[in-house]
Design a protein around this ligand. Structure first.
Ligand code: FES
Ligand code: MG
Length: 591
């Protein structure tokens, strides 16, 4: 690509080499000399490249970056830049209470301040665990400095008794076995731990592999980066190449706003259907779009991605795991197959300066069972279904994980093949669900629909991953494992439940879910995309008036300052759960 920036035009010059302001230059410069950098280096016109470090002992999923950063530095040096590594607020999906999602916007805010406020010309975003990838990309979108994604890579495949055990996904299976009394506590822990055999993040197509695959499909990482397992030698090699590449990107002035276009975002939606991506993806991708200023809505996910087949055979929708995905060709092989069917905007630009089409033309899949063709797809139309009605303005359903059991029980009435009705059983938040799900007095049977509310961005600050509720143990013993679940929270990307989730507005924001009562009849029509309480408009209006007179939906108090701050300014899941005041700040690096 053509060089657009000369060394003397680098942003970092304003800090490190500004003869018009010697006092400030000296002040900015001197402390960066005290660990061995020289003034000559810092004033030599070499780009200063940040390494946004998300790894730490607190965040095991991203811990490989502590080591990988060394290879990134070598790449940066080799290409003529200077590396400056700094920490990003840690986010560990499995370790943070009440939920790691609360921290996505906090890490975003922190990273925006760092990228804006320090002498950086470009940045390597070290991504991995679920929320770290969107947090970094959202910040890069807001600041609009040249930026490149390096993910740390998934763990090796997990195994137990000769079968693949995938992270997260195994928990949903194991908790059923525990509830049925088929395994004890000790076995439960062993089974779950078998899915985490090495450094890296979730090896399933959970939110981490989804978001890193989508970062690549967006054009923000080098081709092939997303799928390389953390312990593989190619991981260190691509870290080095990533470091080299960002230096050239600075001189080419290749910025997130050049890459994250409407076309690139549509590619992302299409790839998400093809990989069987997480239901967290629309939240995070819509947030990235909002921060870069490209219109994108929940309905785009169904319109653009609804009819795309599922071709990646990874758990939870399929069989295999991360190592298999990498060996089969990873994201470029998926894009290659999608391109054969004309579904990709091939001209979308990527961080290596080439187009998505150029990057993927020669990258056919290497294992036809792991990455299928359209002809051998696992599910013919695998995108998200958008559902709305008097319960909420929008919610989504991942149709590619609807099991045969679910289909037979709920979607096989020849008069009404895409709809089902049932008695609602309503839980207020995860604690209420955990306390009461096995309570026989609720009389839950296979004709019930389970609802959970108070679990959205405001109600459970950050929004809880709880919508995939298990059936009561007395039903599990009868082998009824999946009841329809609906809620204003999220669910883990590793869950194979066909829940209707991310309902917006949430109960705590006055959404229709707040008016629902246990015992109400609810009808879900997947063909029409409707979800309604079957009561008259008059009764609904009366309930709303009573609800408002009683002060609206009650949710637990905040436990930390950030919970309170975020609750006051956060948008709904359908709108990306962004901090509303943040959206107006765009391209701040040029201000
Ligand atoms: Fe970190 Fe799944 S828990 S990636
Ligand atoms: Mg999760």
């Amino acid at each position: 690509m053509p060089m657009k920036k000369k060394p003397e035009e680098l942003r970092s010059r304003a800090w490190f080499d500004n003869p018009a302001n010697p006092d400030m230059t000296a002040l900015y410069l001197e402390r960066y000399l005290n660990y061995g950098l020289t003034a000559k280096e810092l004033q030599s016109g070499k780009p200063i490249i940040g390494i946004a470090q998300t790894g730490s002992d607190l965040s095991p999923c991203n811990r490989p970056h502590l080591e990988l950063a060394k290879r990134v530095r070598e790449g940066i040096r080799e290409a003529g830049g200077i590396a400056i590594e700094f920490p990003v607020h840690p986010i560990q999906e499995t370790g943070k209470r009440p939920t790691a999602a609360l921290d996505r916007n906090l890490a975003y805010l922190g990273l925006v301040e760092i990228l804006y406020g320090y002498p950086l010309d470009g940045v390597v975003l070290t991504t991995g665990c679920d929320k770290t990838t969107p947090a970094c990309l959202m910040a890069a979108a807001t600041v609009d400095l040249p930026a490149i994604v390096l993910t740390g890579g998934p763990m090796l495949n997990g195994w137990f008794n000769g079968e693949r055990t995938g992270s997260g996904t195994i928990i949903w299976k194991a908790r059923e076995l525990l509830a049925k009394g088929e395994i004890d506590y000790q076995k439960f822990i062993e089974l779950v731990a078998s899915s985490a055999p090495s450094a890296g993040y979730c090896n399933t197509m959970g939110t981490a592999t989804t978001m890193n695959s989508l970062a690549e499909a967006l054009g923000m990482s080098l081709p092939g980066c997303a799928a390389i397992p953390a312990p593989y030698r190619e991981r260190g090699q691509i870290a080095y190449e990533t470091g080299k590449r960002i230096v050239d990107m600075v001189f080419e002035d290749l910025k997130p706003s050049d890459i994250i276009t409407r076309q690139a975002l549509e590619n992302v939606i299409i790839v998400n259907s093809a990989i069987g991506g997480s239901t967290n993806a629309p939240i995070h991708i819509n947030a990235i779009a909002r921060h870069v200023g490209v219109p994108l809505e929940v309905d785009d996910w169904e319109r653009v991605g609804g009819q795309v087949p599922l071709i990646v055979n990874l758990q939870p929708a399929g069989t295999y795991l991360g190592e298999d995905f990498h060996r089969a060709g990873g994201v470029p092989a998926v894009v290659h197959e999608l391109m054969r069917h004309g579904l990709i905007h091939e001209n979308a630009l990527t961080v290596n300066g080439r187009t998505m089409g150029d990057n993927c033309h020669e990258r056919a899949a290497l294992d036809a069972d792991v990455i299928r063709t359209f002809e051998t797809a696992l599910v013919p139309a695998a995108g998200f279904k958008v559902v709305r009605g008097n319960l909420f303005d929008s919610a989504i359903m991942k149709t590619c994980v609807i099991s045969d059991e679910f289909r037979t029980r709920y979607l096989s009435n020849p008069q009404d093949p895409d709809a089902f009705e049932g008695r609602a059983v309503v839980f207020d938040g995860p604690e209420d669900y955990h306390q009461r799900i096995d309570d026989p007095s609720l009389n839950i049977d296979e004709h019930c629909l389970l609802f959970i509310r108070g679990t959205g961005a405001i109600g459970f600050p950050g929004s809880a991953e709880v919508v995939n509720m298990r059936a009561p143990s007395y039903l599990l013993q009868r082998n009824i494992t999946s009841l329809p679940c609906i809620g204003d929270g999220r669910q883990s990307g590793t869950s194979g439940s066909p829940s209707i989730l991310n309902a917006s507005p949430e109960a705590a924001a006055g959404g229709g879910l707040a008016l629902l009562r246990t015992g109400d009849r609810v009808r879900i029509d997947l063909l029409k995309g409707r979800a309604d309480i079957l009561i008259s408009d008059e009764e609904l209006a009366q309930r709303r008036a009573d609800f408002q007179a009683h002060g609206g939906y009650k949710y637990p108090p905040s436990q930390t300052p950030w919970q309170e701050i975020q609750r006051g300014i956060v948008d709904q899941l359908a709108q990306g759960m962004v901090l509303k005041p943040a959206v107006k700040y765009q391209r701040v690096a040029s201000t």
